[in-house]
Design a protein around this ligand. Structure first.
Ligand code: ATP
Length: 390
């Protein structure tokens, strides 16, 4: 008979993936994603769902290739086709852990699309939610950072599902033990030089219940959703100029509570400034102060200019010139206008064809090809609305 933990996981899979013909599984080999693999196998066997699994070998530890091979064998034994992807960390710059995470999302997303998988499941648990909450509290995060991670999320052109958010790490290990299944304990999980390991140890030492911490994160997610709804309603008449600038209704913006205004600016930044310009709390705070005083503001690659009745948000030319090229892989149907193309750059989009690369509402298009460069979808008014209401 299925245990409570198994029943809970199957219910979550039903809810999140019940109507999908196929599901990808991202397997690190750790206890959580190994449990995900077994739980999803039982679940898929009773429904007509095709499973496929993937492991990204980051190549950062000497054992990583052997571990990925072991994960592959375990998946194959359960009848799940498995693929190992390899990341070349030598090209990474800056924060290695963040680069590895980005690479993971991008490469696994590409793999899932190539395998015609509509979604990929990840093994995050409520312990991850609890630890993330405490880590972010320690950094002074606001409601965006403290809200619990979502069980369904779209990023990198893929749907990511987290069916185990209601289960504890210990429940999953108990389940695996009962099965006689093995998993790999990543030694970095206990490395007290790392934030997460320290927070995990602190939760144990203080006798905190991760399930209660995760409840708080969920309450905050629900409060955040309520604010997002207020923001989306206030910005219902927002418009996007053909040059890509956002026109926000001024009285609605000015009279919204400050936290709602912060959310609006943050969503606009994600849309206009693009990758490499994540909204930063302190820059947004300063911009809000300036706007409240009736002045314009520049924040993270975006200019905010108050006009009569409107707040105009545009991409800063210098940021556009520095930013990674945006790649557009849909059909170029003329909805976009590329302006201000400087000498030496050319527009390589023709009607009805795939436009290989372009800057939007910005400076330069090309040079081509851009294979291997950072790819991001073009943003438009719908993206703004979607990000705002998320
Ligand atoms: N190298 C990887 N290859 C494929 N998927 C991965 C990889 N690393 C992490 N994931 C996915 O992301 C989820 C969360 O990652 P995280 O780093 O928190 O997990 P982990 O501690 O490495 O492993 P686990 O969650 O399996 O115990 C994993 O459960 C798994 O679904």
């Amino acid at each position: 008979m299925a245990t409570e933990a198994e029943a809970r996981a199957h219910r979550a899979l039903d809810l999140l993936a019940g109507d999908l013909p196929a599901l990808g599984l991202a397997l690190s080999g750790g206890g959580d994603s190994t449990a995900l693999m077994h739980l999803a196998t039982d679940w898929a066997a009773r429904r007509d769902v095709r499973l496929a699994a993937v492991t990204l070998d980051h190549g950062l530890r000497p054992d990583s290739a052997a571990e990925a091979a072991a994960v592959g064998r375990a998946a194959t034994t359960l009848g799940i086709p498995h693929r190992t992807l390899h990341w070349d960390s030598s090209a990474a710059s800056g924060n290695l852990a963040a680069a590895a995470r980005d690479a993971r999302l991008t490469m696994i997303g590409d793999w899932a699309r190539a395998e015609a998988l509509p979604a990929v499941a990840l093994g995050h648990t409520r312990d991850d939610v609890a630890e993330t909450l405490l880590m972010r509290l320690g950094r002074g995060a606001g409601i965006d950072g403290l809200a619990a991670m979502k069980s369904r999320r779209e990023a990198q052109g893929m749907v990511w599902l987290r069916p185990l958010l209601d289960l504890g790490r210990q429940d999953l290990r108990d389940f695996l033990r009962r099965r006689g299944a093995e998993w790999i304990d990543d030694p970095t999980n206990d490395d007290l030089r790392l934030d997460r390991a320290r927070v995990r140890a602190a939760i144990n030492a203080a006798g905190l219940d991760p399930a209660r911490l995760a409840d708080s994160a969920r309450h905050l997610a629900s409060a955040r959703a309520a604010l997002a709804q207020v923001a989306a309603t206030a910005m219902a008449s927002a418009a996007m100029d053909p040059d890509g600038s956002l026109h926000l209704p001024r009285p609605a913006f000015d009279t919204a509570p400050r936290e709602v205004r912060r959310m609006i600016l943050s969503a606009a930044l994600s849309v206009l400034a693009g990758p490499g310009y994540p909204p930063r709390g302190d820059t947004i705070r300063l911009a809000l102060d300036a706007l409240q005083a009736g002045r314009g503001a520049s924040l993270g690659g975006m200019l905010a200019t108050p006009r009569a009745g409107l707040l105009i948000l545009t991409r800063e030319p210098a940021a556009a010139a520095r930013a990674a090229p945006l790649q557009y892989d849909g059909i170029w149907d003329g909805r976009w206008r590329v302006t201000g193309v400087p000498p030496g750059c050319h527009v390589a989009a023709s009607a009805g064809s795939a436009a290989p690369a372009l800057w939007r509402g910005a400076t330069c298009l090309g040079p081509l090809p851009l294979a291997g460069t950072h790819a991001a979808p073009l943003r438009n008014l719908n993206d703004f609305r979607q990000i705002l209401s998320m």
